[in-house]
Design a protein around this ligand. Structure first.
Ligand code: CA
Length: 226
């Protein structure tokens, strides 16, 4: 889970970096609105903590611009005490929640954890999906082709679910490592390729010409029928 903090006040920014860092999140921070938009639209960012009062673009505008590109990324806004109007404007611009300054660190962490939980793509509530005559039931973690059940490992289900939930685009190996394995950097992208090669043996009609987990040259993998 990578959190982006957009906050111009250096002491608060550093405080938030320490707080989220010690809570086990990966963290990056920027000090102005334009940098915030630039980083916030990046898929690598999983959650955004956004100060309302910024020197260039204000938080409302930053939120609006990020939302145009990423309708679902969780955004927590930091607002000034008592400014009811700011909270309303913040929520209207697309923020999911807000915390009023000055805030207690426990409250802030609790709000972030709750937003993170809500946004986690789990897929338990998905209807079974049919692709290339293979049925995938993400909730029950099973697949079926020609009335024959296919046993999938938890990791294989996670890969399929991630690709399906992001089926409008290709997914990189690094992204799969991060979100399926929960790892980055120290693991090899070859691990992904080997796992997917095994998965294809199980689910594809012809593993040499995959129709479910397709290779996207130069990027990684994608759900078959985008
Ligand atoms: Ca500020």
């Amino acid at each position: 889970m990578r959190i982006l903090v957009i906050e111009d006040e250096p002491s608060l920014r550093e405080g938030l970096e320490d707080l989220f860092g010690s809570a086990g999140y990966r963290i990056e921070s920027v000090a102005d609105g334009l940098s915030g938009v630039r980083r916030g639209v990046d898929e690598a960012v999983d959650l955004i903590v956004l100060d309302l009062m910024l020197p260039d673009l204000d938080g409302i505008e930053v939120c609006r611009r990020i939302r145009e590109v990423r309708p679902r990324v969780p955004i927590l806004m930091l607002t000034a005490r008592g400014a009811q109007e700011d909270k309303v404007r913040g929520l209207r611009s697309g923020a999911d929640d807000y915390v009023t300054k000055p805030f207690g660190i426990d409250e802030l962490l609790a709000r972030v954890e709750s937003l993170a939980r809500r946004s986690m793509p789990r897929g338990d509530d998905l209807e079974p999906v049919l692709l290339d005559e293979c049925t995938f039931d993400f909730g029950r973690s099973v697949a079926q082709r020609n009335d024959a059940a296919i046993a999938l490992t938890a990791r294989e289900v996670s890969i399929l679910r991630w690709l399906y939930l992001h089926r409008e685009r290709a997914v990189s190996r690094a992204e799969l490592l991060e979100h399926v394995w929960g790892s980055s950097g120290d693991m090899q992208t070859r691990t992904v390729d080997m796992t997917i090669a095994n998965l294809r043996q199980k689910i594809e009609r012809n593993p040499k010409e995959p129709a479910v987990v397709v290779t996207v040259k130069g990027i990684g993998y994608a759900w078959g029928n985008r």
